[in-house]
Design a protein around this ligand. Structure first.
Ligand code: AMP
Ligand code: MG
Length: 326
């Protein structure tokens, strides 16, 4: 090898080593109120501020499409129409994903609970326990088959049916935000939208460490997982609830009874997409620990940890792979 080539090689190797020893760039961290929750994005890289702005803008755009609280959203338009409406490919994708989980969970995941949700009014300052008659009426036109997607046409079986994508839309929106960050060259980032998380790449050279909150003691952690390029999504009975006569009434409903589902305190799903994790967390919550974990057997790309109503912990076989070694 000639001498100058050797010198160039040594310089190259040394500069590489120097670069590797540099502390990682400061991460940018920003929050915004979106989709009724605080969304936090942490991203590393030169382009991070711009990328985060773009990701927030994308989340706002999709929220305008999918929220039932926005009058002109496609979801609101559908609820106002008698039979159906033409929808965008994105809305169709979310609903199709939700319908697949609805099918696999025998209807435990149900995107036709809009009227029931209004009745309970858990989003307001005056939530109420509806009467059995009111619940029966609100459930009368929903359930499997009440909502169908035909290409870009969404059809509903009954004029009164109100669509609610609250159990899946946030996940889909976080997936899109992660894609925007990647499109802007970001390799390492975390997005957290009130328990719907996506962890891109690594944090200072290691997989992201995520603590799973104890649903009855927000400051304590039940378990810790290591994840990279994965979603971690939690559904819990502590997110939105009120108590009356010592009973907790929360926002995840069993479509068979119209009452808050009673089998779990929280469900955390690790999955390859936030949308899937979101829908599965809600579905497993409704099904309870045994049936819920059986549902996860249909999804090899997902793992779950369930805190049952009695406080006991149940995990799917795949969960172990992510657990931090003690
Ligand atoms: P999550 O926090 O993802 O479990 O979603 C809870 C939200 O999903 C609620 O606020 C409702 O908008 C909606 N939801 C409640 N019960 C169900 C259900 N059984 N299937 C699908 N979505 C539901
Ligand atoms: Mg969900």
């Amino acid at each position: 090898m000639n001498r100058s080539l050797t010198i160039i090689l040594i310089v190259a190797i040394l500069s590489l080593a120097w670069w590797r020893l540099q502390p990682t760039e400061e991460a940018s961290r920003r929050t915004r109120l979106l989709m009724g929750t605080v969304v936090e994005i942490i991203a590393e890289g030169q382009n991070a501020d711009l990328a985060i702005n773009k990701a927030f803008a994308e989340m706002e755009r999709l929220d305008r499409l999918l929220s039932r609280h926005k009058k002109n959203s496609e979801v609101s338009q559908l609820s106002a129409r008698v039979k159906g409406v033409k929808i965008s490919a994105e809305t169709a994708a979310v609903i199709n994903m939700g319908l697949a989980v609805a099918d696999d969970s025998d209807g435990a995941f149900d995107m036709t609970l809009g009227r029931l949700k209004n009745l309970w009014a858990l989003d307001t300052t005056e939530p109420t326990i509806p009467s059995p008659q009111e619940i029966k009426a609100a459930l009368s036109d929903g359930g499997p088959g009440a909502l169908r997607v035909d290409g870009l046409k969404l059809r509903k079986q009954s004029p009164e049916l109100q669509v609610d994508l609250g159990g899946i839309a946030k996940g889909y929106i976080v997936d899109r935000a992660a894609s925007v960050l990647k499109e802007h060259g970001i390799a390492n980032a975390a997005i957290n939208a009130g328990g719907d998380m996506y962890l891109l790449g690594q944090k200072t050279g290691r997989p992201w460490r995520i603590g799973i909150q104890n649903p009855r003691a927000s400051e304590t952690v039940l378990d810790t997982v290591h994840v990279s390029n994965l979603a971690v999504v939690t559904s819990g009975d502590y997110e939105r609830f009120f108590e009356q006569d010592g009973i907790r009434y929360h926002h995840i409903f069993d479509p068979r009874s119209g009452m808050p589902a009673r089998g779990c305190r929280s469900v955390t799903i690790i999955a390859d997409s936030v949308a899937l994790g979101d829908a599965l967390a809600t579905a497993v919550f409704v099904l309870g620990p045994e049936k819920g974990l059986r549902l996860l057997e249909k999804y090899p790309q997902a793992a779950g940890l369930v805190v049952a109503a009695d406080g006991s912990l149940h995990e799917s076989p795949g969960w172990e792979n992510y657990r931090e070694e003690q």
